[in-house]
Design a protein around this ligand. Structure first.
Ligand SMILES: [Zn+2]
Length: 62
């Protein structure tokens, strides 16, 4: 069987849920907007990049 394994590569690229921006934080909103714009442009690597930046910012600033 192909494609049914639990550890299939397809899911390894989306291991984490999208981080949620803190209400009222301009930096969170900026990074979230960046992620949305990238997703809209179907640029998954840029979207993943923005999520990484947002997650890092959330860890440091909140
Ligand atoms: Zn923030």
């Amino acid at each position: 069987m192909i494609g049914d394994e639990p550890g299939s590569d397809e899911f390894r690229y989306f291991p984490l849920p999208a981080p949620q921006p803190a209400p009222g934080c301009a930096e969170c909103l900026r990074l979230k907007a960046q992620e949305r714009a990238a997703a809209r442009a179907r640029d998954q690597s840029a979207a993943a990049d923005a999520r990484v930046h947002l997650r890092r910012h959330l860890g440091r600033a909140h």
